[in-house]
Each structure stands twice: as C-alpha cells, then as structure tokens.
Write a protein that binds this ligand. Structure first.
Ligand SMILES: Cc1ncc(C[n+]2csc(CCOP(=O)(O)OP(=O)(O)O)c2C)c(N)n1
Ligand SMILES: [Mg+2]
Length: 457
C-alpha cells in the first residue's frame, strides 16, 4: 500500500512538472515525441493530440480512425496489400555500362583530382586483392577475402564521406579503409599477423581496424556491426557532432535480426546513420532468391520508416552522388538513410570457397568482363582527358612492385609475443587464464619443432 501511495505521489509531481512546462500530458505519445518539445526524441508522424480527442462526430468516425501514429482512413473493400509492387524499384545510375554519362542525369560533379584518386584507389584495391589472394594460395597467410566486382562501392562511398564519419564494416570493405589512408604495409601487417598489426595478431587476416581512421575492427559475425553503428550514430547526435555513422553489410546480412532491430531503432531514435547494403547476389552459396522474397533490400527501408534509394553499385559516380546526398540528409536532418547497391560478387566468397560449385562460371565471367566497375570509371576519366594508357601501365607496375615488397617486409617482421594472446581483456587476469598461459608456455617448450621459433613468450 505504501508503495502504491508513493508512486501516486511521484506521478502527481511529474504531472505538475509537465503542466508547468506546457507539455501535453494527456497524450504521452505526443508529449514524448513532439519535435518542438523534445530535441532528442522526435516523431515524423502526427500522433493523437489532446485537442483532437476521440469525438462522437459520427461522420468523422465513419471515415477515419484517429489512431496513435496518425489518422487512418476506413474503406469498404477488403483490400490486402500486395506482397510486392508490379514494377521493381528503379535503380539510380549516372554512367552506362560503357562509361558514358547518361543524358540528363542528376549527379554531384567530381573534380579531376577526386576522379583520378578514386580510379587509382580502385586499381590499388584490385591489385592488393589479387596479390594477397595469391599469397594465401601459396600458404603464406591463412585466409583472405576479395572485393572483386565491388570496388566502386568500396571506394566511391568512402570518397563521399567525411573523415569524422565512423565506419562499421562487414568484411568486404577494405577499400573504404584504403581511401582513408591505411597503408599497404598496414594491410599486410594485419594479414601476416606480425607485431605491427593493430590487433596484435589476434584476429583472422582481413579483419582490419583503425582507431585513427575511424574504422571499427571487422567482426565476421554477420550483421553485428549494424546495431553498433546505430548506437554510435545516436551518440554522435547527442554530442552534436557534425558526423554520422556508416555501416556496410551484404544481402545475407539483411536476413539477420540485427539488421531489422538496427533499422527500426535508427528510425525511431532518428539516428544519423547510413546503411549501405552491398546486394551482390550471394551469401556464400545462398542466392538472393533463397534469402528473401521482397524486392531486394531497398523496400525494407520504407517499412521501417527509413528514407531509401537503390543505386547501381558498379557505377562509381552514382555511388558517390548517392552517398554524398545521404550523408547530407543524415547529418543535417538527423535521420537514417538506407542505400541498396546492386552489384555482383565476382570473386569466391573467400579463400575457403569455390563458387563454381554452385553458380555457372559464365555468369561470373560475364560480370567480371561486361560489368567491371573499374573499367567503367576508366572509360569516363579517359574521355575527360584525365587518364591514358601510359598512366595506367605506370600505376599498375608500381603497385605490383610495391605490394610484393610490402608482403616480404610483413613476412619478415616478428610475430607479437605469445603473452599478447592473454592481455587486453581483463585488468587482472583470472586464475584460469593464468593457468592456460602457463600450460601454453610449457607445451611450446616441450615441442619446439611444432611451433614457430620466432615467437617470443
Ligand atoms: C552470425 C553469422 N552467421 C553465419 C556466418 C557465416 N557466414 C560468413 S559470411 C556469410 C555470408 C554473408 O553474406 P552477405 O551478407 O551477403 O555478404 P557477402 O559475403 O556477400 O559480402 C555467412 C553466412 C557468420 N559469419 N556469422
Ligand atoms: Mg552477399
């Protein structure tokens, strides 16, 4: 009883406080969600308001229901919403397959410097992927994942962002990190797990991260990065930062609960986050037809109240323009944006996969040759007089030499000490961890031929 009285006393104090602030306490949803009244929690739909109470107006009641969330019309027909619209959502593009600018297209002009830097970075990414992939095949690293076919999404999206924007990647976006200034040596140090790796050799290859470059460390548990990005975006908004969070994920990632929770949370909290879905047709061996029955991912944005666009992921200029516009809206209007980039995973899923076992080789070849995003941008910069064959061969030769040297250096650097496997989680390591460390030291000592000799304890 005394608890109930106490609660009543407290709620009457709160109501008096709300009255004094002229907050409409009759409608909790309006009080909490009205944009003018609460700068953090705002609502883009008109909710039930106190001055339009449930009335006994019979004409009004017949046609609409004044429901929390907004008025809804009554209709006499039994009308089910179709599972999809007849026409698929169109896809925004600037360049055609031949690198020709489409007449009348709406896009952000790109300077010569930016265009050439984007193209050079796309070639760098392609070359790095080829060489690291080969290094894995030679048994020099244990794993690798390429971006082949998705170079435009990687580079052009990063080019359109500000360095203050925080990136939450999946695992196929090393180009965004490259654009931000991660050096080829840093990529190699991570893949070779040497002592200069930011993660101290504790992650699989291709699990990069950089505090300095606002790039969160890759976690290959699919889609876990999505709610992290939303939380970070909300925090950027509370701190009034001129920045947004950006998260990348695949078509497969969109089937995870984290995607749905992330989108809904971002919409309701109006978090400045850009969701970039790389719809590349495959989630390892699962085609999108076994993944969802909706018109891709873009339509899911609207279902959650998130402004969305579908973009040609193999058109660097379209990606650049769409991401720049998305960033502008996300930061200045404090809202999430979803971009579905249509593309194709030309490479195998990873070095642990052979995709010719589940998809026709000629399909892969068609995308590799006829839809290559790198060749498409090259044609456009060449037509503008910003690139030529000489620049091309110089870039490719330099890159090859530089990358081979980078790998040699990374390989020769010693590994982090074994003790690093046990650090950075607990302030004071618990006894079971200390036991494991002791056991490992003894095992290594006992079997010197089974363990590399260049690892210190
Ligand atoms: C939570 C979780 N489930 C399953 C896996 C195994 N797995 C790794 S990658 C992958 C496919 C992801 O496909 P997609 O999101 O389309 O990205 P893509 O590889 O095509 O870039 C799966 C199922 C995982 N790493 N994490
Ligand atoms: Mg995929």
């Amino acid at each position: 009883m005394s608890l109930a009285f106490d609660m009543m006393r407290k709620s009457s104090t709160i109501l008096t406080h709300l009255k004094s602030k002229k907050i409409n306490f009759f409608s909790p949803s309006t009080a909490l969600l009205s944009p003018q009244r609460n700068p953090i929690l705002t609502n883009r739909f008109n909710s039930t308001t106190a001055h339009i109470p449930f009335t006994s107006n019979p004409i009004h009641d017949q046609h609409v229901i004044d429901f929390p969330g907004g008025n809804v019309k009554f209709i006499p027909e039994m009308r089910f919403i179709p599972e999809s619209s007849q026409d698929r959502i169109p896809c925004y593009r600037v360049l055609d397959h031949n690198g020709e600018q489409i007449f009348g297209t709406d896009f952000v002009q790109v300077s010569e410097d930016v265009a050439v830097k984007m193209y050079s970075n796309m070639v760098t990414l392609q070359t790095m992927d080829n060489i690291f992939y080969e290094a894995q095949r030679q048994g020099r690293i244990s794993f690798y994942v390429t971006t082949v076919g998705e170079e435009a999404i990687n580079i052009a999206s990063a080019a359109a962002l500000s360095m203050d924007d925080v990136i939450f990647p999946q695992y196929r976006e090393q180009g965004a990190l490259l654009w931000r200034g991660f050096t080829l040596q840093e990529f190699a140090n991570q893949c070779f797990s040497n002592k200069f790796d930011n993660g101290k050799g504790r992650q699989m290859p291709a699990h990069y991260g950089s505090n300095k470059l606002n790039y969160m460390t890759v976690a290959s548990t699919v889609a876990t990065q999505i709610p992290h990005a939303v939380g970070a975006a909300y925090s950027l908004k509370m701190d009034k930062k001129d920045a947004c969070a950006v998260t990348y994920f695949g078509d497969g990632g969109s089937s995870e609960g984290d995607f749905h929770a992330g989108l809904n949370f971002a919409a309701v909290m109006e978090a400045p986050v850009i969701f970039i879905c790389r719809n590349n047709g495959w989630a390892i061996s699962t085609p999108t037809s076994d993944q969802f029955r909706s018109d891709g991912i873009v339509v899911k944005g609207q279902a959650y109240g998130v402004r969305s666009i579908r973009v040609d992921g193999n058109d660097a200029l379209a990606i650049y323009s769409a991401v720049q516009a998305a960033r502008q809206m996300a930061v200045s209007e404090e809202r999430p944006i979803l971009i579905e980039a249509l593309t194709y995973r030309v490479g195998h899923h990873s070095t642990s996969d052979d995709s010719t076992k589940y998809r026709p080789a000629n399909e892969i070849e068609w995308w590799r040759l006829a839809r290559d995003p790198v060749a498409r941008l090259r044609k456009w910069i060449e037509r503008n007089g910003w690139w030529n064959d000489m620049a091309e061969s110089e870039l490719r030769n330099n890159l090859r030499h530089q990358l081979l040297r980078t790998i040699q250096v990374a390989e020769s650097v010693e590994k982090p000490p074994l003790a690093d496997m046990f650090s950075d989680v607990y302030d004071v390591p618990p006894s079971n961890l200390c036991e494991q460390m002791k056991w490992l030291k003894e095992t290594v000592k006992k079997h010197p031929r089974e363990y590399p000799t260049n690892i210190s304890m």
